[in-house]
Design a protein around this ligand. Sequence first.
Ligand code: GFB
Length: 321
Amino acid sequence: MESASRIYVAGHSGLAGSALVRALRAAGFHNLVLRSHAELELRDARAVADFFARERPEHVFLAAAKAGGILANDRYPADFIRDNLAIELNVVCEAARAGVRRLLLLGSSCIYPRDCPQPMQEAHLLTGPLEATNRAYAVAKIAGIELCWSYNRQHGTRFLAAMPTNLFGPGDQYDLQTSHVLPALIRKVHEAKARGERTVTVWGSGRPRREFLYSDDMAEACVFLMRLSEAAFAGLAAPGVVPLINVGAGKDLSIAELAVLVGEALGYEGGFIYDASKPDGTPRKLLDTSRLAALGWRPRIGLRAGIALAYRDFLARESAA
Ligand code: GFB
């Protein structure tokens, strides 16, 4: 990618996409192609074909997705598989037809088997059964990887799928029914503190372990990948290799430990209780990021600092609402 390259960021207003736009602009890329959901419906094959034929982007970051926390995934599996398959199919196929030079599809660490050996390596893909609460979403993302690989094999494209761990950061979704755990805990702790409540309810047992990556770190990793030399990028996205790379923080913690950390960051003095009627999901999903590290990338924003930044964003959104 050169600074004048035409770069399309699909899903630029979401958590991941907005971080990608910040990272690209900070690195001097100024020829970004952006379309809001109202301007371009990515589930509409005709609209996506017209868009690619007209705009001819040279590079694509596919950050558009139907995403959500454990409860949303569990309750609306049809929406998750349908929307994600449609978006991936339309964008990947039209990018290939339009001659896009490199494409990076974003997925999630839930693509790996539920009881995967830890930390989870790229080679563990499709080696065991998936976690039931997010199987529909995971299958859609696995299909996205296979789609990239198939085009690389049949048409010689250079399409790569990056699997970030659980993300958080500015522009996150704070609705308690659909959000992920970190933004949910920020809202719950903030509200409990404001109301003087002595306890916050955490879903599940608190025992599952999760790894969290600040969205700006994830975006820098993705831009780093898309800027790799031809030889290095071919090592990840040549026809003979599964075009898949993990993007993680390298450390995990239990949900109970996370709750304490959020409580400390927000200056909350109350305690936490656990609602066993809510699902735990995967027991653990720590990514093995040694391939990305070997290429020379490491995250910069630690969890504590990231939570403080995310809380600042939450407060700004609350006061603007
Ligand atoms: O972040 P989360 O919704 O998603 O939940 P997953 C992580 C863990 O936190 C689960 C617990 O064990 C939840 O039960 N948890 C505790 C809470 N309190 C809360 C709360 O108030 N809200 C939420 N949401 N969780 C999703 C997948 O998995 O994450 C997707 O469903 C995707 O497919 C994504 O991979 C990154 O990490 O379990």
